[in-house]
Design a protein around this ligand. Structure first.
Ligand code: DP6
Length: 381
């Protein structure tokens, strides 16, 4: 019987604090600006992917996603598979004793540990896991930064999910994209107290996809030019300083301003794009109330291409943040057992804000900063 080769990995979700929004090259997925993200813990959010190959496999490459066959004929997935195969083929060429895995069909099976109804974009974790699992299957010696060039072509934000902790995607300047890559800014252990509370405001598939939304912004927004020329370079510098110094107030201010800046360019897109809704805006008010009551900035909101709010805070301030939202949403799914013990620590919110949050948040994800992809023996069949 022909040998079966197999490798499995898990990969994390990341949420940007300086946002990627805009492509200068849609085919290679090259961005108009650098970005920076926090990798979230895989205990709460992760994709597990198994890549298998064998000379006995026939037919095309295949992908099974959350139990259902998934189309991999798209240019982005094909680009990832082609590049990984080329790296393997180069190894096989140098060492004739290696099995010719690059010539066999791939069977990829992938599952998320969070419900699709969590309303979280899973493409970052998905492409990072796919690239890492196949790289392990092919025993590629390439570093996470080198692999990030491949994951980037699957989905831009995926390149940042090849690392844990605090991660920058350097936009690069070359036309071939070889310098548009992810690098570690700091490992999770540098600032392990970082927590994130995700308020799921809608599990619905988003109205305007990131890919098409950012293309429209690049093409029509004048404000966007100011963002990529001045705002983002300033935010990248301040954010790197904030992470290095573990300065939460600075981290939080840049996070909130960058989210506001990104959503302003969406509103300046013609026709305008609105990702945040009334529930999102109520979450902004709640974070402002928490900070006002504390007399300093202990919580930061950020929003991606949808209405869900991610609140970053430090572990020591859990009572104020978790307490405030737990009081409103005690019966909502997703709380960890200890959340109840913080109920007395919360802040009183204006009635209109409280009502919107109660009526609009369907799920909570309580998590924190975490590690990058992990190789595992837990294989998916
Ligand atoms: C708002 O990485 O999903 O979440 O490269 O077209 O796949 P594609 O876009 P994607 O865009 C993410 C946009 C964002 C900001 C961010 O994650 O930096």
């Amino acid at each position: 019987m022909a040998e079966i080769y197999r490798a499995s990995t898990t990969a994390p979700v990341n949420i940007a604090v300086v946002k990627y929004w805009g492509k200068r090259d849609a085919k290679l997925n090259l961005p108009t600006n650098s970005s920076l993200s926090v990798t979230l813990s895989q205990a709460d959010l992760r994709t597990l992917t198994t890549a298998t190959t064998s000379s006995s496999f026939t037919g095309e490459d295949s992908l099974t996603l959350n139990g259902a066959p998934s189309d991999i004929s798209g240019a982005r997935t094909q680009a990832c598979l082609r590049e990984l195969r080329a790296l393997r083929a180069a190894l096989e060429e140098k060492d004739a004793s290696l099995p010719k895995l690059s010539t066999f069909p791939l069977r990829i099976v992938s599952e998320n540990n969070f419900p699709t109804a969590a309303g979280l974009a899973s493409s970052a974790a998905g492409f990072a896991a796919l690239v890492r699992a196949i790289a392990d299957l092919y025993e590629l010696p390439n570093s996470p930064t080198e692999l990030s060039l491949i994951a980037r072509q699957g989905s831009g934000s995926a390149c940042r999910s090849l690392f844990g902790g605090y991660v920058a995607w350097q936009m690069g300047s070359q036309a071939n994209g070889l310098d548009s890559k992810a690098v570690e800014v700091a490992p999770a252990s540098h600032w392990p107290e970082m927590r994130a509370l995700v308020l799921v405001a809608s599990a619905a598939k988003k109205g305007v996809s990131s890919t098409s939304g950012m293309q429209q912004t690049v093409a029509t927004s004048d404000l966007f030019k100011e963002r990529i020329t001045n705002v983002v370079p300033k935010h990248m510098k301040l954010m790197e300083e904030a992470v290095a110094a573990r300065d939460f107030a600075k981290f939080a201010e840049v996070t909130m301003k960058d989210s506001n800046s990104f959503h302003s360019t969406c509103a300046d897109t013609y026709p305008p794009i609105y990702y945040m809704n009334d529930v999102s805006r109520a979450a902004v008010r709640a974070v402002e109330a928490i900070n006002a009551a504390a007399g300093k900035t202990i919580a930061a909101y950020t929003f991606d291409a949808g209405p869900n709010c991610v609140v970053y805070y430090l572990e020591k301030d859990t009572a104020a943040i978790v307490g405030t939202f737990y009081n409103l949403l005690a019966s909502t799914e997703g709380w960890k057992d200890e959340a109840k013990s913080y109920a007395s620590g919360g802040v009183q919110l204006e009635e209109a804000v409280a009502t919107l949050i109660q009526g609009g948040v369907s799920r909570i994800i309580q998590t924190g900063v975490g590690e990058g992809p992990v190789k595992t023996d837990q294989h998916l069949a």
